[in-house]
Design a protein around this ligand. Structure first.
Ligand code: NAI
Length: 471
């Protein structure tokens, strides 16, 4: 099928590359020229395992193209994905201006022939209908612009005779198809989804096309394990599909805040939250995932999506007590590493603290709303000197938001001269560092494990005073 994906960030680029890999002809559109040039040369602007390989083979086979020209993308695609960012506004509301710009751009370039416009961006509930209106607006604006010269030569009264609504045959439907991929395993998740959600207020035509598009994935032709039943497809109305995305992220964020609250009680009563999580996670009603205590959730999705849902509820006069509590537990939890450093070192002014990891989770280069940024800010405010080593950020040279931190090129340089280390991101590589050497290079070998990731006896044997969260 012919597909256009507009917005080539973590979601759009992975979607475009994976859809081309399963046989579709995809044109990806982005308004960032430098990014498009990079992608045309087969390079991924983001770090995501397996993505570059898929991009390069699809580009070579002619099934994946990149452009800044939205008109070309819209003309090409029978299915048009909107995959631009929806960051949070300062009041927590979702900033939909990029979605609006793209919907308008689609409208003003729509030339007839049936199209499915797919909201893959996480958008506030009700956005499906709103996108439809903006697209129609875009069409009307273009018709108005096209009509203007003719009407102007016809002599005056231009405003009165302008078409105020769309005329002609523009046939399209809007579908909500929220994305559930995890950064760091985005390609894997695209080929091995737990479910595909399709929301539409016109169940037949667009859903049939979307099912055709995803058939190879639903049938698990590209899945790691091929023998399991097909991927469940949840077909529902637009608003419910939009709500599913917010509810999923709000649930997962709340689950983490729950275990962090339990960890804080464990710390006080002398229990071990890792054991508690194991003990409760084996209950099939609870499940073991997202029960890892630590310094809280972050990243480009959970914080903004939970805030947006709280904001939506507020708009309807409903105060979300549970979600607000999940956020406030998380805000406090982000400071736990700093608190534990204060307990261990007493005065932080003039001390050197080394952070292991910066990104909000392993296997990504994404620093958006990463807990590390709060830790750095607070340590700097307390007068500490902050150094960091991150397997990806140390390589890429990305420094956005990192003005108060010295980024080292390896873990031993990081440890050298530190008064304490704090593990912020659970990168697999951190399991096999030379901790004996690192402990020797430090002024005081203190290690705060902000993710309960390392083995306490092993760290103690290496010479560290090991402090976990709720252990
Ligand atoms: P991103 O910020 O990484 O990428 C957005 C891309 O859109 C950028 O490349 C930007 O240049 C481009 N763009 C912005 N305006 C444009 C325009 N008018 N025309 C063409 N391109 C334009 O965003 P990301 O992280 O991929 O997120 C996209 C959406 O997917 C958001 O709504 C997010 O909440 C949602 N989502 C993100 C997930 C993630 O793990 N990052 C997971 C699931 C959903």
């Amino acid at each position: 099928m012919r597909v256009c994906v507009i917005g080539t960030g973590y979601v759009g680029l992975v979607t475009g590359a994976c859809l081309s890999h399963i046989g579709h002809h995809v044109i990806c559109v982005d308004n960032n020229e430098a990014k498009v040039k990079l992608m045309q040369a087969g390079q991924s602007p983001i770090f995501e395992p397996g993505l570059s390989e898929i991009m390069q083979s699809s580009i070579q086979s002619g099934r994946l193209e990149f452009t800044t020209d939205i008109a070309a993308g819209v003309e090409h695609g029978e299915i048009l994905f909107i995959a631009v960012g929806t960051p949070a506004l300062p009041n927590g509301e979702s900033d939909t201006r990029y979605v609006e710009a793209v919907a308008r751009g689609i409208g003003s370039n729509l030339k007839g022939g049936y199209k499915v416009i797919v909201n893959k961006s996480t958008v506030p509930i009700g956005s499906g209908d709103w996108v439809r209106m903006i697209v129609l607006d875009g069409i009307a604006e273009r018709q108005k612009a096209e009509a203007q010269p003719v009407l102007a030569t016809a002599g005056g009264g231009v405003d009165e005779v302008m078409p105020s609504a769309v005329t002609g045959d523009y046939d399209f439907d809007v579908v909500s198809n929220p994305e559930f991929l995890r950064e760091g395993s985005a390609v894997f998740d695209t080929f091995n989804p737990d479910r595909i959600v399709l929301g539409s207020n016109n169940n037949d035509r667009p859903i049939k096309l979307m099912k055709e598009l995803y058939a190879p994935i639903v049938e698990r032709q590209f899945a790691e394990v091929k023998s399991v039943p097909p991927v469940p497809v949840v077909v529902t109305d637009l608003s419910s599909a939009e709500m599913i995305k917010y509810a999923a992220n709000a649930f997962l964020a709340t689950k983490i805040s729950f275990i962090n609250e339990v960890a804080n009680i464990c710390d006080r009563v002398g229990a071990d939250v890792s054991q508690v999580a194991k003990g409760i996670g084996l209950d099939s009603r609870i499940g073991s995932k997202f029960l890892q205590a630590g310094l809280g959730w972050g990243g480009s999705c959970f914080p903004k999506d939970v805030s947006a849902l709280i904001h939506t509820a507020d708009d309807y006069g409903y105060e979300t007590q549970l979600l607000k509590a999940a956020v406030s537990v998380n805000e406090r939890q982000r400071l736990i590493v700093v608190e534990k450093l204060q307990q261990a070192l007493k005065i932080l002014k003039g001390k050197t603290i080394g952070l292991l990891g910066l990104t909000f989770k392993p296997d990504t280069d994404d620093l958006r709303d990463a807990p590390a940024l709060n830790v750095i800010e607070n340590l700097a405010r307390l007068g500490a000197k902050v150094k960091a080593y991150d397997p990806i950020i140390s390589q890429t040279g990305m420094r956005h938001g990192l003005s108060d931190v010295i980024v080292e090129t390896d873990a031993e340089r990081l440890a050298d001269g530190c008064d304490a280390l704090a593990l912020i991101t659970e990168w697999e590589q951190f399991l096999s560092l030379d901790y004996i050497k690192m402990a020797k290079l430090m002024n005081t070998p203190i290690l705060i494990d902000g993710r309960n990731f390392l083995n306490q006896p092993v760290m103690e044997e290496a010479g560290f005073r090991y402090i976990g969260i709720g252990r």
